[in-house]
Design a protein around this ligand. Structure first.
Ligand code: PHE
Ligand code: ZN
Length: 862
């Protein structure tokens, strides 16, 4: 997005246009008189001239969908010029120095289906202000570099009234909150409702007593314990690892059912999608528990990386998100297994970020223009943003990383900072010049790394040379790229499997570069890009025997897993394109690993998981094939069967050995065993007509087993009865029913997926206004690769229909889900034509939102 696209949307915002706001705002006083369709918001804003913008300026405030009741400047009535995006008071109508603006507006939370600003969810008031939702609450300079202290008074007949900061006073029907820490409006929050708390306490390192609460609707109190323990673990971890303490007397988390995203880091009042905070063993899977732990940590960590130090403008979004994702990944690794966590993170990076980076929606980690900022909460900003920080840490080393972070926190506390500020602390601490490294922020696209090896035997030992070639493919708006700095972690093994050169980081900064290893007794086997040390695609033709060797011997757990994955991909690719048989090397390697009790069960479970259909489609496309979704699906079924047959003798025993009895624990150990058990069960089901899975379902004592067995049954065309049992048992539980909806679509046979969506969207419990339920059905469709891309085009049509229907109600969620279409350039002309027709139909919808029109336009290549 670096060069403005031709015919740029007139609403485009550019990084180069940044200017400080002409006023500073030290104190904000808000009063809310809550009523479902007529909430009054009174705002008192104390402005002073900003010395960075000398001269007299008009006062421009953002405001959308507000009914202005009155406006006063220093107590005198004014009549501002109001337009659909805000209001303006001419410089001449303002006193020369500071002044106080008082406004009163009316808004309607109950009819706010966009879930942005102040809205209602199941009778409860709540807010979502990031990125630009505060302007739907009151007239305000809604930009992150305007930081102010907020005092909030809430009036409403609700038992619980919450806002940011510390509660200072309260009475029947009102409460007052004071937040001592200056913050941008996107971190504002209020919640009001009939809520109950799961309370706890935390004492910080320096002795501050903090009251902790997870607020939920009555009935959900029994599902808060895990989130609370994750919160306390996060607080301790941030003190121990980053030296960051909490800074208020109270920390509140609220669970809401209707929420567009996962969760939100509002100062002192985090708001969570109930799906990523509520958990009990019988309603949440091990994956849910792990995700909850990670997201609780993520939002908590934002208190420093995001709130105390925020972003100057939305182009700097990765400053808070990339860093906070990196921190939550470190935390989860510390709580669980670093190896398993890294593999999971890379799986997700490739599935979402690589996919984005190689398609029409590719954009830089720090974009230079956008139309709708909500469309930039992407895998690139978050996950690639985190990878960049991982690379930086690898390049400077742990000690300098820690020193740079200390400097970042002291130098920028209380500020709205930029990527330049961030890189400068690393430059100042290490003396390095990060100019070239910075290209990771400005250039989109996934670099490709070619490798050439040379071996020269010699008297005093041989010399092994690795020559790397990097190519940086063009992306929309960025035809030309320059070489990046790529940290390549390499280890060398000798032919008997011993490591002769331990992990070494090679720093590549040229288009082509060689590195030598001398004094070796034999030609080594290289293990390249250990730990996935850079977000690149390694292009290296490796004999299957070498992959099998690394699968057996690599000391780096990531690369050991990667070797198995690469073998599986090679095999699947040959099966799809040449009708080949599954490779024996792969089956043998998998068999050895599956039954190797010295290896962590969670790792074995991951190794047994086959590459996703979408991943195979991307892989085939990248080597010049046009992927056929149905053939990929069939090849995967064939490979699964071959694997099941090869492992058959040991499967029942493995399945039995991995049962976890006794009280449920969501910890990594037992969760890993359950994952391996389900992997075994899945293979077993290919051979026993569903016997073992049916038994496992019947005897399940937690959601992981119950839902795991159900999914396996449905994937293999069994399980109708179990599906019905599951559906009636959980009919009243919205979170579990989301799983019931999703699994039917994600496990539907390719020719049934669209019809299943059609049937489920007519179900009385399908509610398009609830993003979780909408995603459960329509998101599961795009996750069912062969179903979504079925020849009939029915998958494309049904998704387009529903996005067009959702857009007027909830543009943000409609836009996010439209990215299902981003992979169209991979496929054959028929599919391309059908997807382009779906995009054209979306673009032609009357009154289309800015959100969805930007997405569909970019995908179509506007
Ligand atoms: N800032 C939130 C997070 O990453 C995500 C979010 C963005 C939530 C926009 C709501 C709206 O934690
Ligand atoms: Zn975040």
């Amino acid at each position: 997005m670096s060069s403005p696209l031709i015919d740029a949307d007139p609403r485009t915002v550019y990084l180069v246009d940044y200017q400080p706001y002409p006023f500073v705002l030290d104190q904000v006083h808000l009063t809310f008189r809550l009523a479902p369709r007529a909430t009054r918001v009174l705002a008192r804003l104390s402005f002073a001239p900003n010395p960075l913008r000398p001269g007299r300026h008009d006062l421009r405030l953002n405001g959308e969908k507000l009914t202005l009741i009155s406006a006063l400047v220093d107590g005198r009535k004014v009549v501002p010029a109001v337009d659909p995006e805000g209001l303006t008071i001419a410089a001449g109508d303002l006193p020369p120095g500071g002044f106080v603006l008082e406004t009163e507006v009316e808004i309607s939370p109950e009819t706010n289906t966009a879930l942005e600003g102040l809205y209602m969810s199941k009778g409860m008031y709540c807010t979502q202000c990031e990125a630009e939702g505060f302007r739907k609450i009151t007239y305000y300079p809604d930009r992150p570099d305007v930081m102010a202290r907020f005092f909030v008074r809430l009036e409403g007949a609700m038992p619980v009234l919450l806002s940011n900061g510390n509660m200072v006073a309260q009475g029947e029907g009102w409460a007052e909150w004071d937040d001592p820490w200056p913050k941008p409006a996107y971190l504002f929050a209020l919640v009001a409702g009939d809520l109950v708390a799961h309370p706890d306490r935390f004492t910080t390192k320096s002795g501050r007593e903090v009251a902790l609460n997870i607020w939920v609707r009555p009935g959900d109190e029994t599902r808060c314990a895990w989130g609370m323990q994750a919160l306390k673990a996060s607080m301790t971890w941030d003190e121990d690892v980053y030296g960051r303490e909490y800074d208020l007397d109270i920390f509140n988390i609220v669970a809401v059912d209707d929420f567009n995203m996962g969760a939100m880091e509002n100062k002192g009042l985090n708001i969570f999608n109930s799906k990523v905070v509520l958990a009990s063993p019988d309603t949440a899977t091990d994956d849910d528990f792990a995700r909850i732990e990670a997201i609780i940590a993520h939002e908590y960590f934002h208190n420093w990386t995001g709130n105390r130090i925020t972003c100057r403008d939305w182009f700097q979004l990765c400053l808070k998100e990339g860093l906070t994702v990196f921190r939550d990944q470190q935390f989860s690794g510390d709580m669980r297994s670093h190896a398993v966590k890294r593999i999971e993170d890379v799986l997700m990076l490739r599935a979402r970020q690589f996919r984005e980076d190689q398609g029409p929606l590719a954009h830089a980690v720090r974009p230079e223009s956008f139309v709708e900022i909500n469309n930039f909460y992407t895998a690139t900003i978050y996950e690639k943003g985190a990878e960049i920080i991982g690379m930086l840490k690898r390049l400077v080393g742990d000690a300098d990383y820690a020193r740079a972070l200390d400097l970042y926190f002291t130098r920028h506390d209380g500020q709205a900072a930029t990527i330049e500020d961030w890189l400068k602390v690393f430059e100042d601490v290490t003396g390095r010049d990060l100019t070239q490294f910075k290209r990771w922020y400005s250039q989109a696209g996934t670099p490709r790394l070619g490798v050439h090896e040379a071996w020269a035997a010699g008297v005093g030992g041989g010399t092994y040379t690795l020559t790397f070639t990097q190519t940086n493919p063009p992306t929309p708006g960025q035809p030309d790229k320059e070489a990046k700095v790529i940290p390549i972690a390499v280890g060398l093994l000798n032919p008997n499997g011993d490591e002769v050169v331990p992990t070494t980081v090679l720093e590549m900064n040229k288009p082509v570069q060689s590195f030598q290893f001398t004094g070796l007794s034999a030609r080594p086997i290289p293990s390249i890009l250990r730990g996935f040390s850079a977000p690149v695609i390694l292009e290296r033709d490796v004999p299957q025997s070498e992959r099998a060797f690394l699968l057996a011997h690599d000391t780096d757990p990531f690369n050991r897993w990667e070797a198995g994955r690469a073998l599986a991909k090679d095999t699947l690719a040959r099966m799809v394109t040449k009708g080949a048989e599954p490779a024996a090397d792969l089956l043998e390697g998998m068999a050895r690993l599956a039954f190797d009790d010295s290896v962590d069960p969670a790792f074995r479970a991951l190794a047994l998981r086959l590459p996703s259909d979408d991943d195979m489609a991307a892989t085939l496309h990248s080597v010049g094939h046009v992927p056929d979704p149905l053939r990929i699906h069939a090849a995967k079924r064939d490979l699964g069967l071959a694997l099941a047959k090869r492992l058959a003798a040991g499967l029942p025993q493995l399945e039995a050995a991995c049962r976890t009895d006794g009280p449920f624990s969501p910890d990594a150990g037992p969760a890993g065993k359950r994952a391996l058990r389900l992997a075994a069960l899945s293979l077993l089901t290919r051979l026993d007509a569903g016997q073992a899975a049916k038994a496992a379902f019947a005897k399940a004592s937690n959601m992981t087993e119950s839902f795991g067995a159900l999914s396996i049954l449905l994937e293999n065309g069994y399980g109708e009865e179990e599906l019905a049992t599951f559906g009636s048992r959980w009919a009243q539980d919205r979170l579990v029913m989301d799983k019931w909806f999703a699994v039917q679509v994600s496990m539907a046979a390719p020719d049934q997926a669209a019809a299943t969506v059609d049937r489920l969207t007519r179900h009385p419990d399908f509610d398009m206004k609830n993003p979780n339920r909408f995603r459960a059905v329509l998101g599961a469709l795009s996750a069912n690769h062969a179903g979504f891309h079925h020849d009939s085009g029915a998958g494309y049509r049904v998704l387009a229909d529903w996005l067009i229907r959702l857009d007027p109600l909830n543009p943000q969620t409609a836009a996010r889900m439209s990215a299902a279409f981003e992979t169209w350039p991979r496929y054959d002309a028929d599919r391309q034509g059908m997807i382009r027709a779906a995009l054209a139909r979306i673009l032609a919808a009357p009154g289309l939102s800015r959100d969805l029109s930007e997405m569909a336009g970019r995908m179509r290549g506007a």
